[in-house]
Design a protein. Structure first.
Length: 588
């Protein structure tokens, strides 16, 4: 947990123009700065950075946010890591809002983690040097068609045969950190020896580029074919992906990431120009893997062998993906011919044919989901179709993307010969009401809805011009809906800020709260007009004030209607009676 006041201070210290310009060259365009969007392909610049609002927005793909949001999106980092990166650049130290019971121990643990990274970096340098002088390893790389350039890009190395080769660079071979990093194995009898021997070495990096572990491939025959570092304080297999650091640019360029099963698959694909591939680390695809991948690209492709093991791995990946799905993001599954893996296929057929196969023969998650479930039952019998519904229900309940879940449910209902309402009832859901959609709903008991367009417009004005918060007054006596509560909260937040708040600080203040989807939706709608980045004039401010007055009138009328309705059936409290008299006096 990072304190909000620190986030505010950080955003006041960094300049989003400087932050973005480090990654994407910007050109001045009026009051703002322009560039071609780094998050999608475009020929003319639609990516706009506002120095006054400390906010960026792409009018092509809709990406928007603060300097923190940009670093998260561009670098594929989580919020905490993005804040730490920006803080380091301006010489700030990130505090923690929840301190360890023992801060000395906490600091010692942090220092130890850094020392573990240094040990792994030293080992990587040693392995890389050994690759040049290891004839078996060089011959293996040449046989697999790996160039020196690609070997250098991925930092490939060689662990020589022998039991204690690392003693050449670590003078204290008894140092416990060698065991803690997984470089050395401690035998039950107290003997120590190198974990990796006579293997081609693949450094595994985190998103900052730091080495956190290794994968080693046997050069000839032997088991296991791939040997990974064990779980360590730095390395957790279920969270990391091999090649993600090296593939960042390719993933951004294509807005696509390809997930394969082996290190050599990743390296071989990169050798042939498929530079957006990553690999899981000897474990099934996890939900954390999927969440991380979707932060980097809108299109995720899983590539598996066509054999039974590949089919099993694909279904496991699908199951673990369901709770992470988002509408607007797509997952695909490609199954190669049984005699091929990605490495062999791209070498035999080339990049163009591989990518054609990827585009034309991969199955969208919805298609693969439906195909697999229907293949497991007898669709010609009522019993089989009933079994289809039984198997589908727990899986559908996990899908986090509402639109996709509905589409899949409709397709399965059609195949089973029932309608969606009946499907919902079988899942224990109530039959939906067939009334017209209401965008805005007052609390129970209210009889007059406030127009959503007014609330969203006022919220948009406030986000774009936080200094106008002094014009906002939301009486505590009136019941506020979620949208208006968000409006009032942001206004109060802006007034309490002290210095001049920016749009960036406003949107970061609601990150991770229930208000975040609403604010994001409002910004997406508002930013359809490039004029929103222009400086407001006096007429705009008057419209904002008029809008506030109209909101108050509508709220008071709704509250008065609610109190009148309640008074017909029960006695009002003293406070309610007083409020009703006050509201009636305003009407006269």
């Amino acid at each position: 947990m990072i304190p909000q006041d620190f986030v505010d201070q950080l955003l006041s210290r960094v300049d989003i123009v400087d932050v973005v310009d480090r990654y994407v060259p910007l050109k001045k365009g009026g009051q703002n700065y322009l560039a071609c969007c780094p998050f999608h392909k475009e020929k003319s610049p639609s990516f706009t950075v506002s120095p006054s609002k400390q906010f960026y927005h792409c009018f092509g793909c809709g990406a928007h946010g603060s300097a923190i949001g940009f670093v998260m999106e561009y670098q594929g980092l989580g919020f905490v890591d993005a804040v730490k990166l920006l803080a380091e650049n301006v010489g700030m130290t990130v505090p923690q809002s929840v301190r360890s019971a023992d801060p000395v121990a906490e600091q010692a643990a942090r220092v130890r983690r850094l020392s573990l990274e240094e040990f792994l970096q030293q080992a990587a340098g040693y392995y890389k040097k050994q690759l040049k002088s290891g004839p078996n390893a060089v011959a293996y790389c040449k046989r697999r068609g790996l160039s020196g350039e690609i070997a250098a890009r991925y930092g490939l190395g060689y662990a020589p045969d022998g039991w204690q080769n690392l003693a050449e660079i670590f003078t204290d071979y008894q140092d416990e950190r060698l065991v803690e990093t997984g470089l050395v194995i401690l035998h039950e009898e107290g003997r120590r020896y190198d974990r990796f021997r006579d293997r081609l070495m693949f450094p595994i990096r985190n998103q900052r580029g730091g080495i956190i572990g290794f994968g080693g491939r046997v050069l000839g025959q032997g088991e296991p074919k791939y040997l990974n570092s064990p779980e360590t304080p730095l390395f957790e297999k279920g969270r990391e992906l091999y090649g993600l650091y090296e593939a960042r640019l390719g993933i951004r360029t294509h807005n696509r990431v390809l997930v394969v099963e082996g290190y050599m698959d990743v390296v071989a694909l990169a050798q042939f120009g498929v530079d957006y591939a990553v690999a899981t680390l000897g474990t099934a695809t996890t939900g954390e893997h999927v969440r991380k991948l979707m932060r980097h690209a809108d299109h995720v492709y899983f590539c598996f062998d066509g054999d039974r093991a590949g089919q099993k791995a694909a279904w496991r990946a699908l199951e673990n993906s369901l709770p992470q799905l988002q509408d607007g993001k797509s997952l695909h599954f490609l199954f190669l011919p049984e005699e091929h893996d990605p490495d062999s296929f791209v070498r035999e057929a080339g990049r163009e044919k591989f990518e054609t196969l990827l585009q034309e023969q991969s199955l969208p998650l919805s298609t693969y989901f439906t195909r697999e479930l229907t293949a497991r039952v007898d669709m010609n019998s009522p019993e089989g179709r009933a079994d289809l519904i039984r198997q589908a229900m727990p899986l559908l309940a996990q899908i986090a993307a509402p639109a996709l879940a509905l589409i899949i449910k409709k397709r399965l209902a059609e195949l089973a010969g029932i309608d969606v309402d009946e499907f919902d009832m079988l899942m224990g859901q109530k039959k939906p009401e067939r009334k017209g959609k209401r965008e805005y709903r007052l609390p129970a008991g209210s009889v007059r809805p406030v127009q959503m367009s007014i609330v969203r417009r006022q919220l948009k004005w406030l986000l774009m011009n936080p200094l106008w918060a002094e014009d906002v007054q939301m009486p505590d006596s009136l019941t506020l809906s979620d949208e208006l509560a968000c409006f009032a909260m942001l206004a109060e937040r802006a007034r309490e800020h002290g210095a001049e708040p920016t749009t960036a600080q406003m949107i970061e203040s609601i990150r991770g709260t229930p208000w975040e989807p609403l604010v994001d939706s409002v910004l997406q709608q508002a930013m359809q007009d490039p004029e929103e980045f222009a400086a407001p004039d006096d007429d705009d401010r008057l419209q904002f004030r008029d809008g506030n007055e109209k909101l108050l009138r509508l709220l008071r009328d709704a509250e008065l209607d609610r109190l009148k309705q309640k008074s017909r059936s029960e006695r009002l409290t003293t406070e309610e009676s007083k409020l009703m008299l006050e509201l009636l006096s305003r009407k006269t």
